[in-house]
Design a protein around this ligand. Structure first.
Ligand code: TRP
Ligand code: ZN
Length: 503
C-alpha cells in the first residue's frame, strides 16, 4: 500500500526558504509551555470575554445613553489584537481594482454590521494602507489609523443592537505579515512575478480589506475585483459574473455561508476552471493555474473522499467545493472555505486533499472559539486522513501512521508541545496535528467505536455554524459515552509527555 507521507512538518521551513526569511527551523523548538489550565478543574481553557450588550436606559427622565469605545481586540489570549469588540459583521462588500504593474490595490470595502454595545467608536483590523474616506451610514466619520488597527469615530454614537454600515475607501500595496515573534506564522497578500494570492492563518484578510479578523466573527462576503482582462480572478464561494469593459474585466463572487475571514483566499493569474462530476448534489469545481497538468487531477477521487467523510461526519456543510492549485512551490495547503488552496507541491499529496476537505467540517463549519483551541482543527483534520485510509484499507494501521507523522515516539516523548495549549509560536507544530490526532485515537480506544463515531457526528451536527471549545467537545463525549473524561483529556492535551495508547 502506498500512502504518501505527510509534509506538513515542513510547511514553515519551506515557506521561510521560499521567501528567504529568517525563521525558526520547525516551529516545534520552543519547548513545552507550562500549562496553566486544567480541563478537569477549569472548564474553560482560555476564558475570553464576550462583549455583552449594554442595555439602553429608557425611562421617563430620558437619561442619555452612555457610549463606549469598542475594544480593539476580542480577548484572544494568543492574538489579542485580532478581531474587535462591540459589533458583529454580517457581510463584507469588497470592490477593488488590481494594477499588476504597480502591484497596487484600490477601492472600497463596506462592512455591514450590528452593534453589540453603545459605541462611540469602533475598530477594524486593517493593514497600513492609505485610507481616503470612511463613512458610517453614509455620513463621513473621523478615523485614526494605527498599526493594523483603524479606529472609526462616527459623527454620532451607535446604539447597541443597531444595524449599521461602514464604508472605507483606500489604496496601497498589500503585503505579508508576521503573526508571531519568530515569524513562523506568516500570512497576507503574496505578490508573485505575475499574479498574486492571499493566504494565512491566523490571519490574512487584514492585508487587503478592513475586517473584524477573528474566527468568532463570521460573515457573508461579496467580492468584486477589477483587473486587466488578460488575468483571471478566483476566490471562494460562488462565481456570479465576469464583465469585460475595454482593457479591464470585473469578476464577482458571493458567499452566503458565513465564513471566518482567515478562510478567504484569492488568486490572480491565468487559471482554468475544471468542472468535475458532482458528488450527489455537490458541485465540484477546481481552478488550476496555467502550467499545472490538468490530467494530474485525475488521481484525485473526490467522489470517494466526500462520500467517506460524509458517512463519518454528516452532510458536507457548504454549497460547493474545489481546489485552487497555484503553479508554485508553496510548501503548504490551506483549507480556505469551499476552495482549498494548494501549491504544485502539496497538490500531489493525496492525504493533504483529505485533510483540507475534512477542515470544511472541522475548522470551517465548526470554528475555534480561540486560537489556543487549534487542535480542534488540526487534530481532527489529521485524524480524518487516517479514518479515510482505514475506510479504504480496513487493515490500515492508524497508530503507525500518526506516530510516524509525529516524528517517532522517542523523539517526541519528552518535550512534546501540549496540543491543547501549544502557544502562538507552535500553533502548527507536529504535536498539534499528530498528538491531537493521537488524542482522538486514544479516545476511540477508550470509549469504543460506537460512542466515538456517534460523538463525531453529534459534534458536527450540534456545533456546526458555531464556535467551539475543547470543553464543548469533552462535555458532549462525556454525555454520549457516560464516562468522566476530564483526566483523560488533561493528560493527552496538556500533559508534558505523550501518554501510553490504551490497548
Ligand atoms: N491549516 C493549514 C493546514 O492544516 C496549514 C497552515 C497553517 C497554513 N498555517 C498556515 C497554510 C498559513 C497557509 C498559511 O492545512
Ligand atoms: Zn490542517
Amino acid at each position: 500500500m502506498d500512502i504518501p507521507r505527510n509534509v506538513k512538518i515542513v510547511i514553515v521551513v519551506l515557506l521561510c526558504a521560499i521567501l528567504g526569511l529568517a525563521c525558526s527551523a520547525d516551529g516545534t523548538s520552543t519547548g513545552p509551555k507550562e500549562s496553566t489550565e486544567n480541563y478537569s478543574v477549569s472548564p474553560t481553557p482560555t476564558p475570553t470575554p464576550i462583549p455583552t450588550p449594554t442595555s439602553t436606559p429608557v425611562d421617563s427622565k430620558q437619561v442619555a445613553p452612555q457610549f463606549v469605545a469598542g475594544p480593539s481586540g476580542l480577548g484572544d489570549s494568543y492574538f489579542p489584537n485580532l478581531g474587535n469588540g462591540g459589533y458583529d459583521v454580517e457581510r463584507y462588500i469588497i470592490e477593488v481594482q488590481w494594477d499588476p504593474e504597480e502591484k497596487w490595490l484600490s477601492g472600497s470595502t463596506v462592512i455591514e454590521a450590528k452593534s453589540t454595545e453603545n459605541l462611540s467608536s469602533f475598530n477594524v483590523d486593517f493593514a497600513p494602507m492609505q485610507i481616503s474616506e470612511v463613512t458610517v451610514n453614509g455620513v463621513r466619520a473621523d478615523f485614526t489609523a494605527e498599526e493594523n488597527e483603524v479606529v472609526v469615530i462616527p459623527s454620532e454614537g451607535i446604539l447597541s443592537g443597531t444595524d449599521f454600515n461602514a464604508r472605507f475607501v483606500y489604496e496601497g500595496s498589500p503585503s505579508l505579515f508576521c503573526w508571531d515573534t519568530n515569524c513562523s506564522l506568516l500570512g497576507g497578500w503574496y505578490n508573485l512575478e505575475e499574479g498574486a494570492f492571499v493566504a494565512g492563518e491566523p490571519s490574512s484578510s487584514l492585508a487587503w480589506h478592513p475586517v473584524n479578523d477573528h474566527p468568532r466573527d463570521r460573515a457573508q462576503f461579496r467580492i468584486e475585483m477589477t483587473l486587466p482582462s488578460n488575468l483571471d480572478f478566483v476566490t471562494n464561494g460562488v462565481f456570479l459574473s465576469k464583465t469585460q469593459n475595454g482593457e479591464v474585466s470585473t469578476w464577482v463572487y458571493e458567499t452566503v455561508h458565513p465564513r471566518a475571514p482567515y478562510l478567504t483566499t484569492l488568486a490572480i493569474g491565468e487559471f482554468e476552471e475544471v468542472i468535475a462530476p458532482s458528488v450527489d448534489d455537490l458541485p465540484i469545481r477546481h481552478w488550476i493555474e496555467e502550467g499545472i497538468v490538468r490530467e494530474n487531477l485525475a488521481y484525485l477521487d473526490y467522489d470517494k473522499m466526500v462520500s467517506v467523510l460524509t458517512d463519518l461526519f454528516g452532510p458536507y456543510p457548504f454549497d460547493t467545493y474545489g481546489v485552487l492549485v497555484l503553479n508554485h512551490q508553496l510548501g503548504f495547503a490551506l483549507e480556505t472555505q469551499t476552495l482549498s488552496l494548494f501549491g504544485r507541491d502539496t497538490f500531489e499529496i493525496e492525504s493533504i486533499h483529505i485533510h483540507e476537505l475534512a477542515h470544511q467540517w472541522f475548522g470551517n463549519h465548526l470554528t475555534v472559539e480561540s486560537w489556543s483551541e487549534i487542535w480542534l482543527n488540526e487534530g481532527f483534520a489529521t485524524y480524518s486522513e487516517a479514518l479515510y485510509y482505514q475506510a479504504i484499507y480496513p487493515e490500515f494501521d492508524i497508530y503507525q501512521y500518526l506516530i510516524a507523522g509525529f516524528g517517532g515516539r522517542e523523539s517526541q516523548l519528552l518535550g512534546g508541545i501540549p496540543p491543547g495549549d501549544p502557544g502562538p509560536e507552535s500553533l502548527f507544530s507536529a504535536s498539534v496535528y499528530y498528538r491531537g490526532a493521537l488524542t482522538l485515537h486514544a479516545l476511540r480506544l477508550t470509549i469504543g467505536d460506537e460512542a466515538f463515531f456517534t460523538s463525531l457526528r453529534e459534534y458536527a451536527d450540534q456545533f456546526g455554524g458555531t464556535n467551539v471549545s475543547t470543553d464543548d467537545f469533552i462535555q458532549l463525549v462525556e454525555k454520549i459515552s457516560g464516562e468522566a473524561l476530564g483526566d483523560f483529556f488533561d493528560r493527552w492535551l496538556l500533559g508534558p509527555v505523550l501518554p501510553e495508547m490504551p490497548s
